[in-house]
Ligand binder design. Structure first.
Ligand code: DGY
Length: 324
């Protein structure tokens, strides 16, 4: 019997997903929470035709050149800024991601972070845990209204639309959005969202949520100049990617109360967090967990596994980012 092709799973995943792969492949599984260094990754990829990766591993032309057997990389994420897709295409390596399976879960979290930020959930909990609560007071931890306010969405893909629906239908919010391209009228009507230019979005949003992909053109899409255009009472929520926000400029603005608060699930250079963000009280910080429910993370891993199987065994990946 011919030997099975070899693949690498770069991080700990669900055991049943590994079992799903085993009938088809020799699986080299880095069954730890440790991120392989670039050198370790290249070493482990030798002779491997496929890899399941996460946003923590950079896969570019240099990796493709150093690993000539590699035919497909399947990211366990919808975002793929850790891939150099044009370079992988040039090297004949198929790249895939995990769209759709995380849309609603990520939108739920976006809303949770918005609510926690607007209503000062973590700040007030820390106060209580520190034993500082000794009386009820009318203005204690008074935050910003969510229902009936204006929700601004920057980036209106699947997750942006799912957030718009929650805001408009669940909380009676006025929803405005800005995107590279305007949605068609039927989609706008379904999520009750109105297209505006970026300046209007910044000026009018009570809560501005970022859901756009990271690229050279979205780097620091929100910096000091953009924050200066926002309402002093506004909140800013980033569940997209670090690097879209200039974290140093944001920390300074939060310190000076130029906007009311921020909720951040992603950071420039994560897992490092800008030290100034750790010292300001009006920010809610979470460690890149927007899609983290057990069901969704499992579905993401399973879709990445199916991309490997469908491409390497059947010839056609499910959710390709490029053509071979
Ligand atoms: C995604 O799917 O892109 C999430 O951010 C996890 O990396």
């Amino acid at each position: 019997m011919a030997a099975k092709p070899a693949i690498l799973v770069s991080r700990k995943i669900f055991p049943d997903v590994v079992e799903h792969l085993r009938p088809h492949f020799e699986v080299d599984h880095n069954d730890t929470d440790g991120v392989l260094t670039p050198d370790q990754l290249i070493e482990r990829l030798q002779g491997k035709v496929g890899a399941m990766t996460t946003g923590s591993e950079r896969i570019d032309g240099a990796v493709a050149a150093a690993c000539p057997a590699l035919r497909i990389v399947a990211n366990i994420a919808v975002g793929y800024n850790n891939f150099d897709v044009p370079a992988l295409s040039a090297a004949g390596v198929v790249a895939t991601n995990t769209p759709d399976v995380l849309t609603e879960t990520t939108a739920d979290f976006g809303f949770a972070l918005l609510m926690a930020t607007a209503r000062r959930l973590t700040e007030s909990e820390h106060f209580l845990r520190a034993g500082q609560w000794n009386r009820w007071a009318l203005d204690m931890f008074a935050g910003a209204e969510v229902h009936g306010s204006t929700l601004g969405i920057l980036g209106m893909g699947r997750i942006g639309q799912a957030i718009a629906r929650r805001g408009a239908l669940g909380f009676g919010m006025k929803v405005i959005y800005h995107n590279r391209s305007r949605l068609d009228a039927a989609t706008e009507a379904a999520c009750k969202a109105t297209y505006v230019d970026k300046a209007t979005l910044l000026r009018e949003a009570d809560h501005l949520i970022l859901v756009l992909p990271y690229s050279a053109s979205s780097h620091h899409a929100i910096g000091a100049a953009e924050i200066a255009q926002m309402k002093p009472t506004a909140t800013l929520i980033n569940i997209a990617r670090g690097g879209i926000v200039d974290d140093a400029a944001l920390a300074q603005a939060l310190k000076e109360r130029r906007i009311a608060a921020a909720g951040l699930d992603v950071f420039e250079g994560e897992p490092r967090v800008h030290p100034d963000l750790l010292t300001v009280p009006n920010v809610v910080l979470t460690p890149h967990i927007a899609s983290a429910t057990i069901q969704t993370r499992r579905a993401m891993a399973m879709l990445a596994a199916d991309n490997l199987i469908d491409y390497l065994v059947k010839g056609q990946p499910r959710t390709p980012l490029n053509a071979e």
